[in-house]
Design a protein around this ligand. Structure first.
Ligand SMILES: Nc1ncnc2c1ncn2[C@@H]1O[C@H](COP(=O)(O)OP(=O)(O)OP(=O)(O)O)[C@@H](O)[C@H]1O
Ligand SMILES: [Mg+2]
Length: 457
């Protein structure tokens, strides 16, 4: 009887513990909101001073403070931690601002991030410089990249696409106006086309002309044909399309030049050196060129093809060099992109500022994408597991980098977005000969008319 009572007494708490452990693994977001967040906040509040002290982030109190403490409480005067702001919880973690003491810098707090994460039982701690003297600690409760859910509110806008989630639970936004050209590298099945798919689906609803070069006979980009202004599916077609894009770019430069020389008395603010300074009525639509499997454009089988290849590469380099001011942007995908591809490869790569490196097979490939950004970024890219396709390391122009992962988007859903936004495809006359053929969608027959009727006598 006593055994039965003990079992019943223990059974409840054990089941609750088991349930919590299961929820933590299977539904980390729900676990965080219900159990993880209150626990971590309680730990932070209880151990804030001692954790800061252990991390060496406390300072000696000012003389006035020491005197006041002695006079009022007779307690021992302790070192003071950075002043803490309010805790702001969210669905993936919480944020808290700290006012640094004189003599401290954000790097001191960042160096202790790993220790703070263990002290407060969270998945990761990130430190952001808010303004002089203030840093923000962003605590993330669980591994948000395992099952990606994009934040609900993200600053969108023209030529800005929230394409993936960063490991600190903020959105990674591909902003073409800030970083005009991008390079996406990764081994096969690493998630490059998924990344590109998100970009196309994101840009499809904006007034932007989308152009594709997909040398895999169009298998990746052809489903988006209704929204594409031009599509080349093999190197021959690409060789015809690229000079047209270069000509379009030159025409746009002529337009800008004409505007600059309108009249001697043109006000300063109307003089422009790129398409964005043109009045909206005259501004040509931005063009984003997607190139999937770029190496296919470089590889040649015969000597005859070599000339064509050199021409194509030169056109691509010119687009990358001069395209931004004319509103032409490049997004280049490939498995490797090194000097072994031949003349012009490294020159083109140097023009592609935005770097995203998915899982790679060797360190050399990661170096091609991230070597000139940071050596730690190269190591991070080399350690991406194959079980997590879509996981990548993204570098930015400032030398910083972060791990990102795209959410899953099926090809059918992305194609549906393109079909629905087909009417938004801008008219770029120069590209109309390259507009892909879109077979008409069969109209579904209405139920009653098509329903078979039994034949009766
Ligand atoms: N973020 C993601 N979440 C879940 N699955 C993903 C993600 N990204 C990619 N995948 C899956 O991984 C597989 C490979 O993705 P994808 O086709 O984008 O790779 P790739 O790098 O373009 O490969 P290839 O070089 O062969 O074209 C696909 O089945 C895709 O559904
Ligand atoms: Mg692909």
């Amino acid at each position: 009887m006593t055994d039965m009572v003990t079992l019943a007494e223990l059974g409840g708490p054990l089941a609750a513990l088991g349930g919590a452990a299961y929820a933590r693994h299977a539904h980390p977001a729900a676990y965080w909101s219900t159990i993880g967040l209150p626990l971590s906040v309680a730990r932070l509040l209880a151990s804030y001073s001692s954790a800061m002290d252990a991390c060496g982030l406390t300072v000696e109190p000012s003389r006035w403070r020491a005197l006041a403490v002695r006079a009022t409480t007779r307690r021992e005067v302790r070192p003071v931690p950075p002043r803490r702001g309010v805790i702001r919880p969210n669905s993936t973690g919480f944020r808290v601002r700290l006012r640094l003491a004189p003599g401290q810098e954000p790097a001191d707090v960042a160096a202790s991030a790993e220790r703070l994460r263990h002290a407060w039982g969270v998945h990761a701690v990130y430190v952001r410089d808010v303004k002089p003297g203030v840093v923000e600690l962003r605590l993330v409760g669980y591994d948000v990249l395992r099952k990606v859910r994009m934040p609900r509110r993200v600053d969108g806008g023209l030529l800005r696409v929230p394409v993936a989630l960063r490991e600190d639970a903020t959105a990674f936004v591909r902003d073409y106006r800030a970083v005009p050209h991008g390079l996406v590298l990764g081994a096969t099945l690493s998630g490059k086309s998924m990344y590109q798919r998100h970009l196309i689906a994101g840009l499809a609803t904006q007034p932007v002309a989308l152009v594709g070069i997909d040398c895999k006979r169009g298998v990746e980009l052809a489903p988006f044909a209704p929204r594409l202004s031009a599509l080349a599916t093999d190197p021959d077609e690409a060789a015809e399309l690229l000079p047209v894009l270069v000509k379009e770019m030159e025409d746009r430069y002529d337009l800008i030049k004409a505007r600059q020389g309108i009249a001697p008395g043109t006000p300063d603010e109307e003089i422009t050196s790129d398409v964005w300074g043109l009045p909206e009525s005259e501004r040509p639509v931005p063009i984003v060129l997607f190139v999937d499997e770029v190496a296919e454009l470089f590889l040649v089988a015969t000597r005859k093809d070599e000339e064509r290849r050199d021409e194509m590469v030169t056109h691509l380099i010119r687009l990358a060099q001069l395209g931004r001011a004319a509103g032409i942007y490049l997004e280049v995908c490939g498995q490797r992109f090194g000097a072994e591809l031949g003349k012009g490869a490294t020159m083109l790569r140097a023009q592609l500022t935005g770097r995203v490196c998915h899982r790679v097979n060797d360190e050399a490939s990661a170096k091609m994408a991230l070597g000139d950004i940071a050596s730690e970024a190269v190591y991070a890219a080399c350690s991406i597991a194959p079980e997590l396709p879509g996981l990548a390391v993204a570098g930015d122009t400032s030398g910083g980098w972060s791990r990102i992962r795209t959410p899953y988007l099926s090809l059918a859903d992305a194609a549906a977005v393109c079909r629905e936004s087909a009417h938004l495809a801008p008219d770029v006359p120069a590209l109309s000969p390259f507009r892909p053929y879109v077979p008409p969608v069969p109209v579904a027959a209405s139920g009653t008319a098509a329903a078979p009727r039994p034949v009766t006598e």
